[in-house]
Ligand binder design. Structure first.
Ligand SMILES: Nc1ncnc2c1ncn2[C@@H]1O[C@H](COP(=O)(O)OP(=O)(O)OP(=O)(O)O)[C@@H](O)[C@H]1O
Ligand code: SF4
Ligand SMILES: [Mg+2]
Length: 405
């Protein structure tokens, strides 16, 4: 192979075969772990802070490709407090969706795998007896089985147990509702299905009543008509409302909304965001909102997590991130946000590109694009520095221990 090709990262057939062989070994181990039979005790854990509903701790999610290992999520940690909205923001490809797909365990295997780390989730689930069977509730109880609060490490749960939380305790709203709704079933059939899956013993009448209630809750004016309609008969905004109704039907504790308004036009976007904001209080739950739009984050979130190249580089309350951004990347993101005053000539662009995710450097991933570099920036990757009880930043500029020369 020519030197030029080598420099551009081309791999020889031999190198690709060696990578594939190494990948196969790791993927086999991780797949076996995913599909193992496990007692509940193997994935029961404790929250570090009981005020949180979700704690992501040093999560590593990789894609094993023949070009090498893509470290899409590379040591991500953040918490979602109860009843809070946490926004994840960052440029395209920084790992926002892969983080949420890891929480839902929706990664496409065997290539996509949670490699290490914990995802602690405070669930409200059936109490189990010593044989692992749900304990029946006394006659007259609201649920057929006894319920209790317990903490699962989602990263350790075998796939056969994921139904306990996915779609039920944690629901997801995707960017493009048309691809998430099944075109051959009516809205009513698809909504009823959620109740049938998650409420043991629900009758057809119960399911329909619940579906109509959810359609009402998301502001659909003629719920009976929409109940009988097929997805293609609805507008994009209506379909997104239906998706939100589906997410709510199982009464989740956490809703993950991945770019929920990106496919919609501006006025409908505002309506859907209003809807999500109001719903959080009604359902007594939390929201993880993923977007590349800082304006949406500013309006919706209580806490903000800024991601760059698979890592969290800054996090804090919405006031801290907007009024006192510290990381040069967060400052750049804010400058690149379009305003009514800006036009194409004045819009700021963070110069340069994200490094290749297969060959990340050992030093700060933002170094090639940063105009504030100090001596330490050529050294080790910066540690997370705490600047307030809630504000953290990974940048040498704020680390008192390092050389600022
Ligand atoms: N199936 C896959 N195989 C290989 N790499 C993948 C795969 N899916 C995602 N990636 C890589 O993981 C990284 C993170 O992707 P992710 O989809 O999480 O980005 P994102 O922050 O959601 O971006 P966007 O704003 O465009 O949605 C990217 O480098 C992407 O190329
Ligand atoms: S650590 Fe250095 S290179 Fe990285 S963002 Fe901070 S100043 Fe810039
Ligand atoms: Mg995405």
């Amino acid at each position: 192979m020519s030197k030029e090709k080598k420099a551009r990262g081309y791999l020889s057939g031999r190198e690709i075969r060696a990578i594939t062989k190494a990948n196969k070994k790791v993927m086999k181990r991780l797949e076996a772990q995913k599909y193992r039979k496990a007692e509940e005790s193997e994935f029961l854990t404790e929250m570090k802070d009981p005020g949180n509903i979700l704690e992501i701790d040093n999560l590593h999610t990789y894609f094993f490709t023949e070009q090498g290992v893509v470290k899409a999520v590379n040591g991500v940690s953040f918490n979602i407090p109860k009843n809070a909205t946490v926004g994840i923001v960052g440029e395209s490809g920084c790992g926002k969706s892969v983080t949420s797909m890891s929480v839902m365990r929706l990664l496409q295997g065997p290539q996509g795998q949670i490699y290490s780390g914990s995802i602690r989730f405070k669930a409200y689930d059936y109490k189990l007896d010593e044989k692992g069977k749900p304990v029946p509730a006394p006659a007259g109880s609201a649920t057929p089985y006894e319920m209790e609060e317990k903490v699962y490490d989602i990263a350790q749960m075998p796939m056969r147990e994921i139904h306990r939380i996915r779609g039920k305790q944690i629901a997801m709203i995707f960017q493009e509702p048309m691809t998430s709704l099944n075109p051959v079933f009516t809205i009513g059939q698809q909504l009823d299905e959620v109740t049938f899956i998650h409420t043991p013993g629900a009758t057809k009448e119960d399911a329909k009543a619940r579906s109509i209630e959810m359609l009402n809750l998301v502001g659909i004016a003629m719920p009976e008509r929409v109940y009988g309609a097929f997805p293609h008969e609805l507008s994009g905004g209506m379909r997104q409302r239906v998706m939100i109704a589906m997410a709510l039907a199982a009464d989740p504790r956490l809703i993950i909304a991945d770019e929920p308004t990106t496919a919609l036009d501006v006025t409908i976007q505002a309506q859907i965001l209003d809807l999500l904001r109001n719903l959080k209080d009604k359902i007594d739950g939390s929201i993880l909102l993923i977007t590349h739009d800082l304006g949406v984050i500013a309006e919706m979130a209580d806490y903000v997590v800024v991601m760059y190249a698979g890592k969290v580089i800054e996090q804090g309350t919405v006031e801290e991130i907007f009024h006192n951004p510290m990381h040069p990347y967060t400052i750049g993101l804010q400058k690149s946000k379009p305003t009514l005053q800006s036009n194409d000539d004045t819009l700021f662009n963070i110069p340069g590109n994200v490094p290749n995710p297969i060959n990340m450097p050992d030093y700060c991933y933002f170094k090639e694009r940063c105009d504030k570099c100090v001596k330490a920036c050529s050294g080790e990757y910066p540690c997370m520095v705490q600047v307030s009880p809630t504000h953290f930043v990974a940048c040498h500029l704020y680390d008192k221990e390092v050389d600022h020369g």
